[in-house]
Design a binder for this molecule. Sequence first.
Ligand SMILES: NC(=O)c1ccc[n+]([C@@H]2O[C@H](COP(=O)([O-])OP(=O)(O)OC[C@H]3O[C@@H](n4cnc5c(N)ncnc54)[C@H](O)[C@@H]3O)[C@@H](O)[C@H]2O)c1
Ligand SMILES: O=P(O)(O)OC[C@@H](O)[C@@H](O)[C@H](O)[C@H](O)CO
Length: 490
Amino acid sequence: MDKLSSATVDSLGDQVGVPEYDRTAVRPGIVHFGVGGFHRAHQAMYLDQLMNSGKALDWGISGVGTMPPDQRMRDVLQAQDGLYTLVIKHPDGTLEPRVIGSIVEYLYAPDDPEAVLARMTDPATRIVSLTITEGGYHVNQTTGDFDPSDPGLQHDLQPGAVPTSAFGLVVEGLARRRAAGVPAYTVMSCDNIPGNGHVAKKMLTSYARLKDAELADWIEREVRFPNSMVDRITPVTADADKAALAERFGIEDGWPVVCEPFTQWVLEDDFGGERPPFEEVGVQLVEDVEPYELMKLRLLNASHQALCYLGYLAGYRYAHEVCQDKLFMDFLLGYMDEEGAPTLPPVPGVDLDQYKHKLIERFANPEVRDTLARLCAESSDRIPKWLLPVVREQLAAGRGIERSVLVVAAWARYAEGSDEQGRPIEVVDRLREKLVERAQHNREDPLVFISDPDLFGNLAGDERFVAAYRSALSSLHERGARATLEARTA
Ligand SMILES: NC(=O)c1ccc[n+]([C@@H]2O[C@H](COP(=O)([O-])OP(=O)(O)OC[C@H]3O[C@@H](n4cnc5c(N)ncnc54)[C@H](O)[C@@H]3O)[C@@H](O)[C@H]2O)c1
Ligand SMILES: O=P(O)(O)OC[C@@H](O)[C@@H](O)[C@H](O)[C@H](O)CO
């Protein structure tokens, strides 16, 4: 079996989709930061589809990594000429593999930041897109303002420094284009953040302002930041996925991506210059993304939070396992019906009941094998952005908060670092140390976890919230996750 590359891709069997276009004719037009699983299952796939129909050949993707773990992506993609396999996992066990060809180069910024900047200042680059995770935007969770304390940003802010962070490079690329009279690129965030375009604009301009106020003003005026809602469950690739690809399809791929069949992208049609004809491959181009975004973040992503901590504490390890348990599913639907959905504005063309049931069907796909550990990671970037806004709106409207608060308490219990069987939990969070340290005092000081204003704002001062949280945390300690849910539905 040959390793996947331009030289071997055409010899793969009929069951494997491959690029039907001449990849040597594809020219870069997009620089993408954060080439992880999701970008490769979503944006790169949409562009590959366009290319397969003979379009968007001037919208090839230059992938950029800025973080040390991205060296592995560099090594794999460079060895495979940018090619990788996307495997759609159907619930009946069918695997649908396709080799994606839209990533035409991969640059690891610390190797050669000037090469990244050369690509970004090339007038052919008209879009810079981002999937750099919620934490990559440097937002102070309480004030919503820019937090420049990250050491990478501090390095890039030094006068004369050649930047290597995503923010440093995006802003330096814009500064150089402005100086050379080249129009600005559009910055397209595809991260799960409410108002992702607005947040990208606010944070990048705040960073730029610390370097050069006139540049920041120019960015505010000249750069477009479309908001988007992006959706496709993309778990972390497992070794078994690589092995299945080799055994069943004869593909030796160093880092394939697996995902569910469902995919959705709702995008504001707000580009500074040209854009690929995304609408031809099912992207919904709309004037206002907010209702779609809120629906997805408060129903899908917040529901992931509602199932992951409680499920993990009760001994489950995969999302689909939790979905087979009626008790947990009733809880999830209760959260959606009574707490998440009431905070949503009308969503054009969407039947919310159908949407909720489809979500449960998607979560329950046993082939996707999405780990609860993935969903439980980086909670301090997720709960404050997705779930606490629901709590605040429900409190203000005098409606129920019990289920959302139980999820917050389950996070606090999870952060204690061991599950209900006493097995250790590896808490993955950039605030890990602080969270675990606090959570370990949960029993003698039950409000310690929520007393951090950077994460919870003034919720620790809200009587209803505090009472519900105390009761939920104490029940989790005394009875455990399952019995807590049982007691609530009794
Ligand atoms: N996985 C999914 O199901 C899914 C679905 C929809 C949206 N998303 C969005 O995509 C993001 C990435 O998910 P993924 O599954 O690709 O994760 P991943 O771990 O596979 O990849 C994340 C990428 O972001 C980079 N990154 C992380 N922090 C960064 C920072 N501070 N600056 C620059 N780059 C940084 C990493 O180096 C990596 O390249 C999510 O956080 C979410 O906002 C994911
Ligand atoms: O990727 P994150 O960190 O934004 O959130 C974890 C999951 O909720 C998320 O990845 C979903 O699987 C995804 O948003 C589905 O489209």
